[in-house]
Design a protein around this ligand. Sequence first.
Ligand SMILES: Nc1ncnc2c1ncn2[C@@H]1O[C@H](COP(=O)(O)OP(=O)(O)OP(=O)(O)O)[C@@H](O)[C@H]1O
Length: 387
Amino acid sequence: MIRFEQVGKVYPDGTTAVRDLSFEVAEGELVTLVGPSGCGKTTTMMMVNRLIEPTAGRVLVAGRDVRGADPVLLRRGIGYVVQQGGLFPHRTVLDNTATVPALIGWKRARARARAAELLDLVGLDPAVYGPRYPAQLSGGQRQRVGVARALAADPPVLLMDEPFGAVDPVVRERLQNEFLRLQATVRKTVLLVTHDIEEAVRMGDRIAVYGEGRIEQYDTPAVVLGAPATPYVARFVGADRGLKRLSVTAVEPVDLEEPPVARTGEPAREAAARMRAEGARWAVVLSDSGELHGWVSADALAEAGERGPVGGLARRMDAWVPLGSPLKQAFGEMLQQDAGWVAVLDGARFLGVLTPAKLHEALRRSVDADARGVGRDEVDFDSVSDA
Ligand SMILES: Nc1ncnc2c1ncn2[C@@H]1O[C@H](COP(=O)(O)OP(=O)(O)OP(=O)(O)O)[C@@H](O)[C@H]1O
């Protein structure tokens, strides 16, 4: 969808911003450009919508050299989100969001209806926020409006320059997650510039790690963390990359253990006898259709004696994650709920539990798989066992 072919940019004063860039962003993929200040990320991005022209090579969007395109028409197909949202201060949030549809000649009512729909999509009630001015919003809200505005004309490509840069870390993480959810439905082709490796790892289907004016590695977050291509990349992603891998490795069915199980309708006495025989101190309580109901301890069953079915004695299970969640989320739940394991669900269906030992195995499995995938044997297991 976006293709860089040996692209270089030397500014008129002789500064070489980037050289020999060649990479491709597939349709519907989110690629993060990450690197220290001044390494050429913004220059790279602005060559896509022709705010900057390359001095070597060419940039193709949907197979066409952008130099052959009318810049105005080109930019209509490319949403652009900048830090702080880049909103017009004297226009309401609704009008800001409707800017591009209005520019391309939509009737006012249709443009505004579309803007309201988009505000809703980014989590802002159009009735509440639509009439406000940018100064009457929080930083996070302004950035949401920036995203809504960029998406308003439904462009296939989105360029985002430090879109979550101006907010505190908590809001930032929330905006990142919201955007990922949104991206899962709108599937734009996205280039996102950041200097934050955590953000690059969390957001990117692929990451381009920039050194000075060039890409040092272009690959999936898992491979960049598991097998950095150069010592520079290894330094840049940091010594704690084993920990970072927790964010990019998903919980899979093979990671799960089968704990002792009791059924909601089962008599407490039978469940207690079975757990005693198995030496189990607790059991997961499931409904007949296999949905998670909670958990029960052997002690609670013993105290209840003969009475009642298991269902009434079960406690709620708060430590659970959906299948496919990052290991980091599972680990977070374990810590937050002070639990020795977390349940893993597929929808409402209980699949098994993830224990700390299995979590560690899963982490190793993902490092091994990547090491095989890229034919490297220099994977640093020390950083993994630290996690
Ligand atoms: N108009 C210009 N004229 C001359 N040099 C420029 C110009 N714009 C950018 N540069 C230089 O080009 C290099 C790359 O800049 P660029 O803005 O692409 O980096 P960046 O990685 O986006 O940095 P940051 O994270 O600080 O925004 C820098 O050395 C910068 O000083």
